[in-house]
Design a protein around this ligand. Structure first.
Ligand code: CMP
Length: 140
């Protein structure tokens, strides 16, 4: 399987509960490597642009409000089949449907406050990584 890169965000519900380390351990245990990382606060414009694809969805305004409600940790993860592997480790978007042992099953509070975001496809991953990181910031 090819080595890929994917964008991960540890969301405000998780940083608020000091779960950053526990979440990163799940990625590392699955064979994913953190090759870039930044703790930051998203502005309203950042969050609206990042989630632009969801602009017409009924949950968009609340999602943006939630994503700017506290710090996030944005990261690039690298590994074999990293995009699918990260999604497997995260679990289903709605924690009620997430498999045992996944991040969302163990930590998510709701479908909105679901602790982590991960890119869903190669093109999205490339665009989302570029949204947050310069090539110089990524060290594998
Ligand atoms: P994420 O993987 O970051 O992508 C979009 C986010 O929208 C999703 O995780 C959830 O946090 C949030 N969201 C809120 N409500 C819904 C919903 N009904 N369906 C899908 N995503 C939702």
């Amino acid at each position: 399987m090819a080595v890929e890169r994917t964008l991960s965000i540890i969301k405000p519900d998780a940083t608020r509960r000091n779960l950053t380390g526990k979440i990163i351990a799940k990625f590392e245990d699955a064979g994913l490597r953190v090759i870039a990382s930044r703790r930051m606060r998203l502005s309203q414009a950042d969050a609206e642009a990042f989630y632009g694809v969801h602009r017409e969805r009924p949950f968009f305004a609340d999602l943006v409000k939630f994503m700017i409600s506290g710090p996030v940790v944005v990261q690039v993860l690298e590994g074999e089949g990293a995009i699918a592997k990260n999604r497997e480790v995260m679990g289903a978007t709605n924690p009620a449907n997430a498999a045992p042992g996944t991040i969302r099953k163990e930590f998510a509070e709701s479908i909105e406050a679901n602790s982590v975001h991960g890119s869903d496809a190669p093109e999205t991953a490339a665009n989302e990584i570029k949204f947050f990181f310069r090539d110089l910031d990524i060290v594998s």
